[in-house]
Write a protein that binds this ligand. Structure first.
Ligand code: COA
Ligand code: AMP
Length: 635
């Protein structure tokens, strides 16, 4: 007899149309689909063509109309401003409808883009849902990005309106958003018609006449806007993520498939019921925030916690337990780095003793591999299932997980368990052939991807096909490498490209190299992600200076660190660069970044057979030792 997971998994692959057609019954459709899956434009697929719907209606109005109007929908918990506010479903629906009315008065219509550059405040979720209500396409940009990154996104999305705030709060530091926004608009070729600025009490932004207006000025006189019907295949949002070049990719999410998939995951993956409290301790600027702070919990009739704080320092390492206890959270979803931060400050989890968490059932971790130490610490102290699950901005929801609502498998440390129904995961060799269990290869997903996964890149079908669907025909290339074991557990071990994962944030070392090499004194450079006990990985830069440069290396190192902070943003956490005499290369001139990373991480490496000059590795080791790395030559 197969268990519920096995039955669901098999059905989802053998008959995806029946599987997802059935899941779609939980959603309200203005008009149902002509077909569950359109595969007439392979390798591009579309879910639920012909269907008409509205995501905000399903997230809010549907619950209000079903008598859940007084149920909590959004709990804003902000230790940095000492605020706790709960919006019921009706209150949130009304706030969203009113702001949608305000956007409509500014000319925002179905299909228009709205960029949202905001901190973790309820107005961010309200702005996102207001766009969904209007059928407008939002593009949220994480607050830790610098103006240049914001400008790139503005130029690609071409928003009619930008919604922002006067500031965000990073523990005790006020981050003034408005000057960053002004600079981004200055740099961008595309100019938005209007900007709506939320003035927060701790910082008043100055406004540009004719272009900017305050959130509070936008509301009076606005009429609550009804939900605008959209095609299931119409875009709901664009979310930019690091690609292998400096230019970010605009991942598109549609309306219909996205709702069906996310709603289904709340039950199947997270084991949640309507009325439960779900907390994704992430940021709305990331995909986790889109899917599991805003859309999925509301679609499923749960209450979602929007937390403006950190795991430590707001005010202490008991912050997460306080929130879980105070709001009766059933499941917490965060990144392992948050737990490493807590573990570092409170290794024996003394703060846990201060709180009762009777309703707390699961901890879900994602964003990076959960290291076995962090897993064991969380399991021992929390005494609930600790579920590592693997996903990407592109996929929008988990590719591999231990599905709490289907069947609980034993946890194997280091593995996010099994492919979730809908995901036909294969490990392939360079020729695209499946490898046997235990053997490492490229992790790919056989097409079609399930609903909710990206149907394309923003106005760039060709780029989508080139980036993801070309390496292995008929497969989506995840960019991750790893293996599957005899029991079908997936192990995600490394990226196959230049992407690194810093505190659960995805960054491109290639983009950092572009910045370093633009320094006038730098001849060539390399950036690698090196192991870090808190953030998992941090970038480390190597610089070779141009011949004849007489300035002290330390000065140039400092300058490039500042350049990365200014151009990508503080989130890059690029704090160390070092001048070296030469970079190790193959005879054909390829920089041996992987070997440099291994040396910095003090792990075993083989002398590459194609190395041009082995002596250079010794020089790199010596340079690393001089800045405190404990590298030992292991050949
Ligand atoms: N706006 C402006 N700046 C921001 C920002 C935002 N929204 N978010 C982060 N930053 C800044 C930080 O202040 C920090 O700046 P600094 O270099 O001046 O100190 C820098 O970006 C790096 O931030 P972060 O990666 O958050 O590191 P941290 O040292 O401040 O905190 C952790 C470390 C582990 C506590 C933190 O990364 C964390 O809570 N992570 C949770 C995981 C998470 O949210 N993952 C997302 C995917 S699930
Ligand atoms: P992002 O698009 O920012 O969500 O980052 C996606 C990338 O993070 C993946 O391609 C993986 O490299 C990594 N990642 C996310 N979750 C996990 C996990 N549970 N285990 C291993 N790697 C993960």
């Amino acid at each position: 007899m197969s268990n519920a997971y096995e039955a669901a998994y098999r059905r989802s692959l053998e008959n995806p149309e029946s599987f997802w057609g059935e899941a779609a019954r939980h959603i309200h459709w203005e008009k149902t689909w002509d077909k569950v899956l359109d595969d007439t434009r392979k390798p591009l697929y579309r879910w639920f063509p012909g269907a008409v719907c509205n995501t905000a209606y399903n997230a809010l109005d549907r619950h209000v109309e079903a008598g859940r109007d007084a149920w909590p929908a959004l709990i804003y918990d902000s230790p940095v401003t000492d605020t706790i506010e709960t919006y019921t479903y009706k209150e949130l629906r009304d706030a969203v409808a009113l702001f949608a009315g305000a956007l409509a008065r500014l000319g925002v219509e179905k299909g228009d883009r709205v960029v949202i550059y905001m901190p973790m405040v309820p107005e961010t979720a309200i702005a996102m849902l207001a766009c969904a209500r209007l059928g407008a396409v939002h593009s949220v940009v994480f607050g830790g990005f610098a103006p240049r990154e914001l400008a790139t996104r503005i130029d690609d999305a071409k928003p009619k309106v930008i919604v922002s705030a006067s500031c965000g709060i990073e523990i005790r530091r006020i981050v003034r958003y408005k000057p960053l926004l002004d600079e981004a608009i200055e740099i961008a070729r595309h100019k938005p018609e209007r900007c709506v600025i939320l003035q927060r009490p701790m910082e008043t932004a100055s406004l540009k006449e004719g272009r900017d207006l305050e959130w509070n000025q936008a509301l009076p006189g606005a009429k609550p806007h009804p939900c605008v019907p959209v095609a299931a295949t119409d875009p709901l949002y664009i979310l930019y993520t690091s690609g292998i070049t400096g230019a970010p990719k605009g991942v598109v999410r549609d309306n219909g498939g996205h709702m069906v998939a996310l709603d289904w995951t709340m039950r199947a993956v997270y084991g949640m019921e309507p009325g439960d409290v779900f907390w994704a301790a992430s940021d709305v600027g990331w995909v986790v925030g889109h899917s599991y702070i805003v859309y999925a919990p509301l679609l499923a009739g749960c209450a979602t916690v929007l937390y403006e704080g950190k795991p430590v320092g707001t005010p202490d390492a008991g912050a997460f337990w306080r929130v879980i206890s105070q709001h009766n959270v059933k499941a917490l979803f965060t990144a392992p780095t948050a737990f490493r931060a807590i573990k570092r400050e409170d290794p024996n989890a003394r703060f846990l003793e201060l709180y009762n968490m009777p309703n707390f059932k699961y901890l879900f971790l994602a964003g990076e591999r959960t290291d076995p130490d962090t897993l064991a610490w969380a399991q021992n102290h929390l005494k609930v299932p600790v579920i590592d699950h693997w996903w990407q901005t592109e996929t929008g929801w988990a590719i591999a997980a231990n599905c709490m609502g289907l069947h609980v498998f034993p946890v194997k440390p280091g593995s996010p368990a099994k492919p979730v129904p809908g995901w036909n995961v294969r490990v392939l060799d360079p020729d695209g052939l499946p490898v046997p269990p235990g053997q490492t290869g490229a992790i790919a997903v056989k097409l079609p991807l399930p609903p909710g996964a990206l149907p394309t890149l923003w106005q760039n079908d060709e780029g989508y096909i080139r980036s993801y669907l070309t390496q292995f025909p008929d497969y989506y290339t995840t960019g991750d490498a790893g293996y599957m074991d005899e029991d079908g557990y997936v192990y995600v071990m490394a990226r196959t490209d230049d992407i690194i994962n810093v505190a659960g944030h995805r960054l491109s070392t290639g983009a950092m190299e572009e910045i370093l090499s633009s320094h006038p004194d730098v001849a060539e450079c390399a950036v690698v992600g090196v192991a870090d006990t808190l953030k998992g990985e941090v970038p480390l830069g190597f610089l070779v200076l141009k011949a004849g440069v007489r300035r002290p290396g330390a000065e140039i190192e400092k300058e490039v660190v500042q350049m990365v902070r200014d151009r990508i943003g503080p989130v890059a956490a690029f704090k160390t660069a070092m001048v070296v005499a030469r970079l190790p290369k193959t005879r054909s001139g390829k920089i041996l970044r992987g070997t440099m990373k291994k040396i910095a991480d003090n792990v075993e490496y083989k002398m590459p057979a194609t190395i041009d000059d082995p002596e250079i590795l010794k020089e790199i080791e010596e340079s690393l030792v001089s800045i405190g790395y404990s590298t030992a030559r292991k050949d």
